[in-house]
Design a protein around this ligand. Structure first.
Ligand code: AMP
Length: 280
């Protein structure tokens, strides 16, 4: 496995590759969710690049940029064990030289200001900024994104269309732990008590899916049910919405196939997001 810091070295090495390049951008603190993306990438592309970069432009000043978990040595060992070909770990100056954080692309407000974008208005601008810069260095043929961050995946797909980027975005399923909680680098900050509380998230989502099948609930009933379930378990909601990725919009009314319930909650100080496809 090659480990490179400098964008120029990364570019030079990858320019020598004529075949497909699979790319898995991450912020590190790798877990089984990241591993599943890497495995998926390995099954589709012969050469797999992972980037590890905690991107400052997607954090607001009051958010957890400084506290975000960093474990580079462990991450590198894991990437080696998982069969990654190259790990790219740029510095902040490599990605934003001379503090130039000006984005080449701004996501469409209609989709970047709902769901996570409502309480984190800077977030998707920062994500597009870094992903576009990483794409221009790695020049992947395929890039792998988890459905755990469904809205992010939808916005990146839009960016790829808008900028005519020559990369295929491959969505990957959410990986959960044995109790159903979606894996996240931030889960390590949950106390035992908060972890138990957090299990209400997948439980409520799964029950909701059943109720929609049995009772044909609309989006208002679905949201009311979810809010009540989460509140009863002491979880402070940021949002509970029904989202239609094909239209990049929220659903107000009947729930159709392809619609997801997306939620963000605070469990203690930890912000968790999750989603579930409600109708196949
Ligand atoms: P992050 O390091 O949190 O920025 O995530 C990097 C990539 O891993 C993103 O595409 C995420 O959607 C994906 N990812 C994170 N957690 C999971 C999970 N539990 N299951 C599947 N993909 C995930």
């Amino acid at each position: 496995m090659i480990h490179l810091n400098a964008p120029l070295d990364c570019k030079k090495t990858l320019d020598l590759h004529s075949g497909a390049i699979g790319f898995v951008p991450t912020m590190g603190a790798l877990h089984e969710g990241h591993r599943s993306l890497i495995q998926y990438a390995k099954s589709i592309t012969p050469y797999v690049v992972v980037s590890i970069f905690v991107n400052p432009t997607q954090f607001a000043p009051h958010e957890d940029f400084d506290q975000y978990p960093r474990s580079l040595d462990t991450d590198l060992n894991q990437c080696r064990d998982w069969g990654v070909d190259m790990v790219f770990t740029p510095s902040e100056n490599d990605i934003y030289p001379n503090h130039d954080r000006h984005p080449n692309y701004k996501p469409h407000p209609a989709v970047s200001t709902i769901l996570c974008g409502k309480s984190r208005p800077h977030f998707f601008g920062g994500v597009c900024n870094v992903v576009e810069r990483l794409f221009s260095i790695v020049k992947p043929t395929h890039a792998f994104f988890g459905n755990k961050d469904l809205q992010q995946r939808v916005i990146i797909e839009q960016m790829v269309r808008d900028l005519n980027l020559n990369v295929t975005i491959v969505p990957c399923p959410i990986i959960r732990d044995e109790n159903g909680l979606a894996l996240s680098s931030r889960n390590q900050y949950l106390s035992k008590q908060d972890y138990q509380k957090a299990l209400a998230i997948p439980q409520a989502l799964n029950t909701l899916k059943l109720m929609i099948k049995e009772k044909q609930w609309n989006s208002f009933q679905a949201r009311q049910f979810m809010a009540a379930q989460l509140e009863a378990r002491g979880l402070r909601g940021d949002y509970v919405e029904i989202f239609r990725p094909t239209e990049s919009s929220l659903v107000n009314g009947d729930i159709e196939s392809g619609d997801y319930c997306c939620i963000a909650v605070y469990c203690g100080d930890v912000r968790l997001i999750d989603n579930l496809l409600l109708k196949d």
